[in-house]
Write a protein that binds this ligand. Structure first.
Ligand code: KG4
Ligand code: ZN
Length: 406
């Protein structure tokens, strides 16, 4: 089974080609034929966050060239000796799928005119959650490829992709990797620019939401606090670098809060913490480099403490065999180190999975592997910006308010 995977949920355009043998839904070894990525981060930097219309435009500009590039790397791009002319039926099908992306239509025509249909068995694509205008570019590209190559299209939940990325173990050659078989019950902490979720996985493919953020996602808080401190987007790595400069023994004179630490549930909230940073900044008449370093360090410490405490409490309560961390924020050194240390000290029988740093952010590879595991094709995929992986065990605050009103 060979899958071409597409990721366009946020500000990274990712295309990967993966291959496995034998059972595709329980593979042990997966070969990476190509893994390509174009990041738009520098373009969004001046807005201090991802600007959806710009993300859409950039995905549309880059996606077809990236598909061709990935096919070339995988040695699957075979040029036709004589250019082919698309049939009327093909042109009609393409125009229908790409009616919202006319710029893609021309690029697709060139791709199909010049290259033989590659040996690919399916196309996988992120269908949500994420920015809908951005998701549509990936979905329409995947559907166009599916229709013209005559292969099924598999929708993939982006958050499931982040979980899978954590289970991937790159081998020495970097081109194949083994996939850990999760042991259940398992607990996933998903921390990214749009999500902060603690999810219980009682058995394969089953997800229960134990808690989530009530306001900002943790990555979003990193990005906003970075902006307050005059740092570039994405803020996570910048805060980390600044925090590392702070002397280990020195603390912020008035420490930042540890939000929801004692809330008695598994929900999170980072919006108040962000406001506390703003107050801390305002307190200084002139903010020195050392002040900024101490603020960054205490912010990172606060986030780490809250994430770790809640995850460990849930792991003990549900007696989980594994803890899986996923999402862009898992690239954070402090968080990685704190989880490793605490799990080995306090939960010696529990395994901890953290993605390789190069797989922690958004990428096409994790979508390809999640697509292999899922293998459930669908006709007419719809972008869903708020696609859920798991149902809440307890109602969220918004749901409770809605119920009260009824
Ligand atoms: O998963 P991801 O690549 O995209 C989304 O699905 O949102 O996560 C992006 C987020 C950004 O908010 C970014 O600031 C954060 O991950 N991030 C980090 C680090 N590297 C990336 N946060 C903290 N520390 C890092 N080293
Ligand atoms: Zn992500």
């Amino acid at each position: 089974m060979r899958i071409l995977a597409i990721e366009t949920s946020c500000d990274e355009t990712g295309v990967a080609i993966v291959e496995t043998w034998g059972s595709s839904t329980a593979p042990k070894t997966i070969k990476v034929l190509a893994n390509t990525l174009v990041s738009q981060a520098v373009l969004h930097a001046e807005f201090g966050g991802v600007f959806p219309a710009l993300a859409r435009r950039e995905h549309a500009k880059n996606i077809v060239p990236l598909v061709v590039h990935a096919l070339k790397i995988a040695r699957l791009a075979k040029k036709l000796k004589v250019e082919r002319v698309l049939t009327k039926k093909e042109v009609f099908a393409l125009a229908k799928i790409l009616h919202k992306e006319p710029e893609l239509f021309v690029q697709f025509k060139e791709l199909l005119n010049s290259f033989k249909i590659p040996k690919v068995d399916a196309v996988a694509v992120t269908s949500g959650p994420g920015l809908e205008p951005a998701l549509w570019v990936g979905i329409n590209t995947a559907e166009a490829l599916g229709a013209l190559w005559g292969v099924p299209v598999i929708p993939v939940n982006h958050m499931e992709g982040h979980i899978v990325a954590s289970l991937m173990n790159t081998t020495d050659d970097g081109k194949t990797f083994s996939l850990a078989t999760p042991k259940y019950p398992s607990l996933a902490l998903l921390i990214s620019g749009g999500h902060t979720e603690l999810i219980l996985m009682p058995s394969k493919g089953k997800y229960k939401m134990l808690g989530q953020t009530r306001d900002d996602a943790v990555g979003e808080a990193f990005d906003k606090v970075a902006r307050m401190l005059g740092l570039a987007y994405p803020g996570g790595p910048e805060i980390s670098r600044l925090a590392e400069k702070a002397p280990a023994h020195q603390k912020l004179s008035v420490p930042l809060p540890r939000p929801m630490l004692k809330s008695g549930d598994f929900d999170f909230s980072f919006s108040g913490l962000k406001t506390s940073v703003l107050y801390a900044i305002k307190k200084f008449e002139t903010l020195t480099d050392r002040d900024r370093e101490l603020i960054a360090k205490d912010f990172e410490d606060s986030v780490t403490e809250v994430l770790l405490t809640k995850t460990l409490t849930a792991a003990k309560k549900y007696n989980v065999k594994e803890i899986i961390l996923g999402g862009g924020v898992t690239a954070n050194k402090k968080i990685r180190g704190a989880f490793r240390e605490a799990v080995s000290k306090e939960l010696s029988g529990t395994s901890l999975f953290i993605p390789d740093v190069h797989l922690s952010g958004d990428n096409g590879l994790m979508i390809g592997v999640a697509g292999l595991l899922r293998s459930k094709p669908k006709k007419h995929i719809i972008a869903n910006g708020t696609l859920k992986l798991a149902k809440s065990v307890s109602p969220t605050l918004a749901e409770l308010r809605k119920k009260k009103k009824m």
